[in-house]
Design a protein. Sequence first.
Length: 161
Amino acid sequence: MTIKVGDKVPSGKFAHMSADGPAEISSAELFDGKKVVLFAVPGAFTPTCSETHLPGFVASVDDIKAKGVDTVACLAVNDVFVVGAWAKQLNADQIMMLADGSAEYVGALGLTLDLTARGLGIRSDRFAMVVENGVVTHLAQEEPGKMDVSSAESILKVLSA
């Protein structure tokens, strides 16, 4: 079942690259008592994710945070080392870069994308959500092959409404 507006986000854990190397963060640490924009990409270093999706959020992170957002986080179904290298390459130091290496969290959200036929395995759908104190207040899931409703521009419009 896919998560929807009004649902509490599931419990889970993510990996991220800290100054000391790989570290873990729980969903409670990420979401509880905070307003978070979480966007997800099918994979680090993939064309749309690297050329448009993540760069849009990097360019807009200050504007998004100015709307009362505590954290802007990017989730990818890759290992923490790949996500860390991708963040460095795209200068995403103001974005919390989260690795969901086995797609467990996106599976719990019901937002997986099966790209096995293309050699990529189970990935995340492309989506963006606003989560306030652990509750989804906005969810924008893309149609396969699209990158519109989950863009930084679209999220800024939602936050400005």
